[in-house]
Design a protein. Structure first.
Lengths: 617, 344
């Protein structure tokens, strides 16, 4: 055994991107690398980037699947802008991802795959490993395919099976560079392939072959990196995606409210995992109907709500459009329901796997008539849990539909999540009507919240009829009376407005007053914090107010705005939240910054924009 | 919540009055809906269900005003969506006795998708589809059951669409129960409503209903005093399919088709006549019966198909119970702490 001079360099945070064909197992490689980061105590956030085709043509740029992880010793808020390290399993992923690599970053390629044929498929005229195009990067040329084969050739395995484990060779290289423990991946192999010890063995071997290869070639001039554990609060942690967190937040609300969860939903990217996750949790009494369409999804939920369930429907933008009329029915019947909209790039089918914040106006106004609904937005993969819970609490206690906006980034991204204790979650107390209450009337309201009470079929003495026709105040009979209609419209609006008395005030990160306030909302939270921090470091008087409650807005919003000289509203659309603010607060001038490319903001572009606004007179 | 111990005693006391609502019935005078409502109110107290367990759900259309006229839990939904509404209600609380009131437009046009899927899932609800072959509430446009050639406000030259046969569609969608009644025969309506109420699974009753304003006498060939005996076949399980003024006509199966024959002619005896088997799993003969119409055939009335299969909501309850027994996840805390976790 030779001992080599190893220099270990400590890093604050690192962004790694794995990229390959959509069949190359990049998501798994990323997940195993994330597990290792978790075990090492790092904070991290991940994001998968896959094509909308399940298996697009191999070797082409459109078939590239990626997985990015940002991990660090400091608190991590996003999956990162540009990668420090790119692992490219063949030429196409290199072609597609080079623009996402930091200047001077490290690129690991499988040289075996850079054949004339695959170079042409990827759209390269000249082999990028031979020309000077990669001179600014630290390229590790690894014959991954052939070494994978050699490392297990004595095992007599089928070549196809062996080639499926190329990704583990690449993972091995990464484990060496970042000083990760091989055992974390071993555990996975042992569980996953329990029935096939030979495959367990071959994966372990290939992983180690990659690890040893990196050591032997002195991959980065004998430098390896270490990212110290993050200063996270003491407690038990797990990794969670936004969609799982949303599903679990809803389940938590069901348990807290004592109402069984009902989900009526239709599969749609990128919301489907909520439907899948809840389908798994039948032992927690979750009743899940995979409906025949989006409309049946929400309408079955409204039926379930009428019958006393905590009812939910989950969808993405096109599905929200289809549900519009039914949301109006929930507004009219004043039944609790949570509508989860995992936003994606639109209009129409748009870019199904890309993220956007462009359903805001649809959530606020996309219905016929005066049809107010509560709109709230989650801002990180892990806090989807808490905002799903809050959406449920508001719906169930105020008897109103609540639209919860998340987005493709939050939904598919994952984060470190501190596991809460259910005992410490707030209580949820739905206003159930009591059996045989002689004073029960379907549209009699709580004087404070203005909600009606919930009289569930099967309860003696409370039989009543509701529906989409306008209802007579208090008594709930069909009414075409003009004055009554105005009163009811006002009552429904005021009921939703009063939710503002039950939500958290708007928080300001940074100084209470200053030159510029960043007023952002929803899924851009992480990148806004990083941009805000960068501005702070530059000594600028910039603060951040990130909105989760979109309608109603927090009561202190106006007061917060009044303390800043300028306000900028950055969002991933053409300016929907800024219009909402302009309508509500006409006394302020709002600058806007919009990006609509199916891509998240980058810290750099935000900082540039903020500085530009500060410099303008 | 009240316990169920007094169940049977309480139910025994129920009468029509327990279900009569205080709302003014606003259908046109002479509309077939009045007779349907009146039959329904007679049947409800006899179903052996607690009054607070009855839920009446509807979509949009004349028929869909029905829930307001029944004193029960009621939900007047939106156009075409009564089926998913009823589905959500029944899945949430399988103890409820759910009736869905709909029409040919509501369930076969705008709600067509939900209609076939509720039947396919075999959710234990009862559907009464009022078929008047026209759009009434919007004042006289053709519907998916309007006969080809019929002149309506949206088919001034006559329709050139092929109408649905309700029974054929329902049976094709794997419906387990299909019955047909006419709004002019309360006794028959009550009989099929009772059978529908008993059936476990989605029960569909097509009620041939008259729209006195926009398609008056639409079913006249079947319901008029002069022709009804020759144009109605009252099906009874286990009995031969005999009909006619003289009760001397019958249905036989010849080659690949049904045929009307006269008993006593060409050597035909009662033994040659088809015997109705509503419980037969194979759908062929049920579809043929559902598709019979005058003048060639009588319209088949009564229970055409009633087969037994598992229902969606009972299966779901079973699956949930099984999961509760075997899953290590009993509470939300269990779920949150399941899988890969680590301490810091």
């Amino acid at each position: 055994m030779t001992t080599k001079q190893q220099k270990v360099v400590e890093l604050e945070n690192v962004v790694v991107r794995f990229a390959g064909d959509s069949g190359d197992g990049m998501q798994l490689t990323g997940a195993l690398f994330s597990d290792a980061a978790a075990i090492a105590g790092n904070d991290f956030a991940t994001f998968p980037d896959y094509p909308s085709e399940i298996r697009a043509p191999q070797g082409t740029v459109s078939g590239v699947s990626g997985f990015q992880i940002h991990f660090g010793h400091k608190e991590i808020f996003t999956s990162g802008d540009l990668a420090d390290v790119l692992v490219a399993m063949n030429p196409a992923p290199l072609k597609k991802n080079l623009i996402w690599v930091k200047e001077g970053g490290t690129i690991i390629v499988d040289t075996d795959t850079f054949t004339d044929k695959s170079l042409i498929k990827a759209g390269y005229e000249i082999n990028p490993l031979d020309d000077k195009s990669l001179n600014d990067y630290n390229v590790i040329k690894a014959p991954i395919s052939s070494l994978t084969k050699t490392s297990v050739e004595d095992m007599g395995l089928d070549n196809k099976i062996v080639m499926k484990s190329r990704n583990m060779f690449a993972l091995g290289i990464m484990f060496f560079i970042f000083n990760r423990k091989l055992e974390t991946a071993d555990e996975y192999f042992e569980q996953k392939f329990a029935k096939n010890p030979l495959v367990v063995e071959s994966n372990k071997k290939i992983l180690r072959a990659g690890f040893n290869f990196a050591e032997t070639i002195e991959a980065l001039n004998s430098i390896t990196y270490k990212v110290e554990p993050a200063a996270l609060e003491k407690g038990k942690y797990r990794n969670i995606t936004g969609n799982t967190a949303t599903a679990w937040g809803l389940l938590a609300a069901a348990e807290k409210s004592g109402r069984k969860l009902f989900l009526g939903s239709y599969p749609i990217t990128p919301a489907t995992e909520i439907l899948q996750e809840l389908s798994k949790q039948k032992s927690l009494d979750a009743k899940v109907l995979q409906a025949e369409d989006e409309i049946a999804g929400i309408v079955s939920s409204i039926g379930a709500s009428f019958a006393g369930a905590f009812a939910v429907t989950s969808t993405s933008g096109p599905g929200l459009s289809l549900k519009s009329e039914a949301i109006g029915l929930a507004v009219m019947t004043e039944l609790p329901i949570v509508i989860v909209d995992v936003q994606r790039a639109g209009p129409s089918t748009g870019l199904p796997t890309k993220s956007e914040q462009s359903d805001l106006m649809q959530a606020l106004y996309g219905r016929n008539g005066e049809a107010p609904a509560v709109v709230i937005a989650a801002s990180s993969s892990s806090n989807c849990f808490y905002y799903a819970f809050e959406a449920a609490k508001i719906a169930l206690e105020h008897m109103t539909p609540v639209i919860l906006l998340t987005d493709g980034y939050l939904a598919n991204g994952s984060e470190v999540f501190k596991i809460p204790k259910m005992a410490s979650m707030p209580s949820i107390n739905p206003p159930l009507a009591e059996a045989n209450d002689p004073d029960y009337f379907p549209y009699k309201r709580d004087p404070e919240k203005l909600n009606r009470s919930w009289a569930v079929p099967g309860t003696p003495g409370l039989r009543h009829r509701i529906g989409g026709l306008e209802k007579e105040n208090i008594y709930g009979n069909v009414s075409h009376d003009p004055e009554n209609h105005q009163l009811m419209c006002e009552l429904r609006a005021e009921k939703v407005n009063r939710v503002a008395d039950y939500i958290k005030p708007l928080e300001v990160r940074g100084d209470d007053s200053g030159d510029l306030l960043i007023a952002s909302w929803g899924g851009t939270y992480g990148v806004m914090i990083e941009a805000y921090k960068e501005m702070q470091e530059q000594g600028k008087k910039v603060s951040l107010a990130h909105f989760h409650n979109i309608h109603p807005l927090p009561r202190n919003t106006e007061e917060v705005f009044s303390r800043f000289k300028k306000i900028i509203v950055p969002e991933l659309n053409l300016g929907q939240f800024v219009q909402h603010l302009r309508m509500n607060f006409q006394e302020f001038r709002f600058e806007q910054y919009n990006k609509i490319q199916g891509l998240p903001f980058m810290v750099k572009e935000l900082v540039n924009k903020f500085n530009q606004i500060l410099e303008e007179e | 919540m009240a316990t169920d111990t007094t169940n049977t005693i309480e139910i025994a006391k129920l009468t029509r009055e327990d279900f009569v609502s205080d709302q003014m019935v606003k259908w046109c005078p002479g509309c077939g809906d009045h007779a349907i409502l009146s039959s329904f109110l007679k049947v409800l107290p006899e179903l052996g269900v607690k009054k607070e367990d009855v839920v009446v759900v509807s979509g949009i259309g004349c028929s869909s005003r029905f829930p307001y006229y029944v004193k029960s839990y009621g939900f007047h939904g939106i156009h075409g969506r009564a089926a998913p509404l009823a589905t959500g209600i029944k899945i949430t609380n399988p103890k409820l006795n759910v009736w869905m009131i709909t029409g040919d437009g509501d369930s076969l046009a705008i709600g067509g998708n939900h209609f076939i899927h509720v039947l396919r899932r075999n959710i234990d609800i009862n559907i009464m589809l009022f078929n008047n072959r026209i759009y009434g509430l919007t004042k006289g446009q053709y519907s998916p059951t309007t006969p080809t050639g019929k002149i309506t406000k949206t088919s001034p030259q006559g329709t050139f669409e092929h109408p649905f046969s309700v029974g054929e569609l329902a049976i094709g969608a794997q419906g387990t129960f299909f019955a047909r009644a006419v709004d002019t025969n309360p006794k028959m309506m009550q009989a099929v409503m009772t059978e529908a109420g008993k059936h476990k699974g989605t029960s569909l009753i097509e009620i041939l209903q008259n729209c006195v304003i926009f398609y008056n006498k639409v079913h006249n060939d079947i319901t008029s005093r002069e022709t009804k005996e020759d144009n109605q076949l009252h099906l009874k399980h286990g009995e031969p399919m005999i009909f006619g003024k003289e009760m001397n006509k019958g249905i036989v199966f010849r080659g690949t088709k049904l045929e009307v024959v006269k008993i006593g002619e060409n050597g035909i005896t009662e033994k040659d006549i088809l015997v109705h088997d509503e419980k037969q799993w194979e759908t062929g003969i049920h579809v043929l019966l559902a598709n019979m119409s005058p003048p060639e055939f009588p319209a088949a009335l009564g229970v055409i198909r009633s087969v037994s299969d598992f229902t969606y909501e009972t299966k779901m309850e079973e699956v949930i119970e099984a999961e509760k027994k075997t899953s290590p996840i009993k509470t939300m805390d269990d779920l949150l702490n399941s899988g890969k976790t680590w301490d810091i």
